[in-house]
Design a protein around this ligand. Sequence first.
Ligand SMILES: [Zn+2]
Length: 69
Amino acid sequence: MPNQSGKANPHPTHKCSFCGKTNNDVATIITGDGACICDECVYVCVEIIFKQNRRTHSEHDVNGESHAN
Ligand SMILES: [Zn+2]
């Protein structure tokens, strides 16, 4: 098992392309092709996508949820 005793890496290897935080500053950094994103920015992105999704969804689907009771 590699050295993963919860100690921060003294030399950050990755930096979030969105907010600029390093893998020392956040819990998780996801690396892509030439770009990185931290878990905090992922949450922001998910929030934006869900909000957009809900808006476009409600335009099409007016009576989606059950109203009975
Ligand atoms: Zn970030």
